[in-house]
Design a protein around this ligand. Sequence first.
Ligand SMILES: N[C@@H](CCC(=O)N[C@@H](CS)C(=O)NCC(=O)O)C(=O)O
Length: 334
Amino acid sequence: MGLLIDGKWHDQWYDTKKHGGEFVRESAKLRDWVTCDGSPGSDGQRAVPAKAGRFHLYVSLACPWAHRTLIMRKLKGLETVVGASWVSPLMLDQGWTYHEDEGASGDPVNGVEYHRELYTLTDPHYTGRVTVPVLWDKKEERIVNNESAELVRIFNDAFDEMTGNRLDFYPADLRKTIDAVNEDVYEHINNGVYKSGFATEQAVYEKHVTALFEALDRVEARLAENRYLAGGWLTEADIRLFTTLVRFDAVYYGHFKCNFRRIEDYPNLSNYLRELYQWPGVAETVNMEHIKRHYYYSHDTINPTRIVPKGPLLDFGRPHDRERLAGQGVRKKG
Ligand SMILES: N[C@@H](CCC(=O)N[C@@H](CS)C(=O)NCC(=O)O)C(=O)O
């Protein structure tokens, strides 16, 4: 894995030494929006107008951040409106690739071999990490946005007029609750597993893994009373937690040493995970083969033999008990 500096590829692992053994995630840099009419995004940032067939989503099926956007694309009925391609699960010295022999889809839009080429096509002098997901604008021939949290919001709103899909995963009156939950879940769970797993100092690992399990306890308690994280409605907060939970027992527990407990050991979290997995459309976005191969094979500082474990034997399709709590599904706009 590596990064671009002034448009040139450097094969380089995260520099944790610079931060006392900490993994520090770089902020996404390409942050324009897509809105229904091209008016600026909620932060005043430039936007381009939504059009069927104009945009293409590039993801990794292994990546929890990319997975959020794939679920939203599915639940918002965008599959015929926004195309999608996925990289190989192996992220090695050339970074993400579209090598079909390794399980990638190939790239039907730009025909690139390496994901980083999408970044240098956008800006020949790009400096920064080369991450998935990205949303490509075929008209302006550039990446519009490479921040999954914003792509989730774009998919929630921008294409509604053409799809007629009115589902609202970020309803105005629940935003305060959603934002607060997102902050805790992002800091301690979504990113917490990475901060634990990529730590290169014992004390740093222990600090983050402890904070991770404290946050899981908070969520477990919340889900004892609430069907979903923001109450009775399923929102983006649930999608964002789901993508970490579904990887947890197979990857984060072992590979990232997040092993106080498995998700299976939490009554509420495990039932909640199964309910979301069984939500129509969601299971089709989960690819355990890509997930396991990516982490165990690509992070050779953590798993130098690159042996991918056969287990654990997981069955997210078995019944859950969440019907005991009141739930209304997904809110509709208007
Ligand atoms: N802020 C980004 C983070 C995305 C991200 O870090 N993706 C990982 C894959 S799980 C990646 O592509 N990493 C490559 C690298 O850091 O070099 C988002 O949420 O969209």
